[in-house]
Design a protein around this ligand. Sequence first.
Ligand SMILES: Nc1ncnc2c1ncn2[C@@H]1O[C@H](COP(=O)(O)OP(=O)(O)OP(=O)(O)O)[C@@H](O)[C@H]1O
Length: 280
Amino acid sequence: MSTTAAEHAPGAAQADGIAARARGLTKAYGAGETAVLALDAVDVDIARGRFTAVMGPSGSGKSTLMHCLAGLDTVSAGQVWLGGTEITGLKDRELTRLRRDRIGFMFQSFNLIPTLNAAENITLPMDIAGKKPDEKWLEQVIDTLGLRDRLKHRPAQLSGGQQQRVACARALASRPELIFADEPTGNLDSRAGLEVLGFLRDAVDQLGQSVVMVTHDPGAAAHSDLVLFLADGRIVDRMERPTAEAVLERMKRFDGGARPLGQRRGHQRRERRRGGVSRC
Ligand SMILES: Nc1ncnc2c1ncn2[C@@H]1O[C@H](COP(=O)(O)OP(=O)(O)OP(=O)(O)O)[C@@H](O)[C@H]1O
C-alpha cells in the first residue's frame, strides 16, 4: 500500500506528533470514605502514528483513563487535549461532535447494528453525521481489513473475528485522529484475536492511524509499540517494543487494583517510601 502517514495527517492539531495529552488527570468516583480515586493526577502523551497499549490490574483505572481521554467521561481535575483541542470544559454537544468527527471506537462486544449489513455498519456514524465518506480511503480500509467479499453480510452472518473487523473498519472510516479500542480481542478466540491485532497494527503501519488499546492480555499488548502500565490510578511504568514474556513478567509485580481513598493514600505513601512507584 502506498499511502503514508503524512498523506493522512488529519488537521493541524497534530503538528507536534501528539494525538492526545493529559495533565494532572484526576477522576474520583463517589464521596467520603467510600470514594475511589480511579485516576490520580495522570500525565500522559499519546504519540501520533503509534500503537499504544494500556495494561494494569483489574480496577487500576484503564477504562477510566480511556473514557476520560476520549471525552466519554468528565474529569474531576486536570486537563485533556485531543490534538490541539482541550476537551475538558467542552459542552456535551461539542464533545459529541468531537467524538463523532475525530475519534474511532472499538469495543469488546463489537456494537454492530444487527439489521444493517457490513457496509452499512461501517458508514453508519458518517451517515448519521450527514457526511460523505472519502471513497478512496474507505476502499483502502475495506481492502486492508479483508472485508471486500463480506460487505453485504449482516453481523449474524459473520464470524466474531469478521464482526470485529467490521467494527475496526467503522472506527477507521472517518479517518479519525485517534482510535480507542477497549479489549477488542476479549470476545474472540486466539486466532481471530491475532487477526484483529494484525489489522490494528496495519492501521498504524499502513494507514498512518493512531491507536490506544486497553487489554488484559500480554500477547495482545505485544502487538503495540508502547505499553503503559497503570496501578492504583497512576502510570507506574512504560515498555517500548514489548514482548508478551516481558509484559507478563511486569504484570506479575502488581499486587491488586484500586482501593477506597482512605486506604489508598497510605498504600501510595508506602509505595513511594519503598521507591516502588515511578512517574512516566
Ligand atoms: N461509575 C463508577 N462508579 C464508582 N466507581 C467506579 C466507577 N467506574 C469505575 N469505578 C472504580 O474506579 C476504579 C477504576 O476502574 P476502571 O474500570 O477504570 O478499572 P480497569 O483497570 O479498567 O478495571 P478492569 O480491568 O477490571 O476493567 C475501580 O476501583 C472501579 O471500581
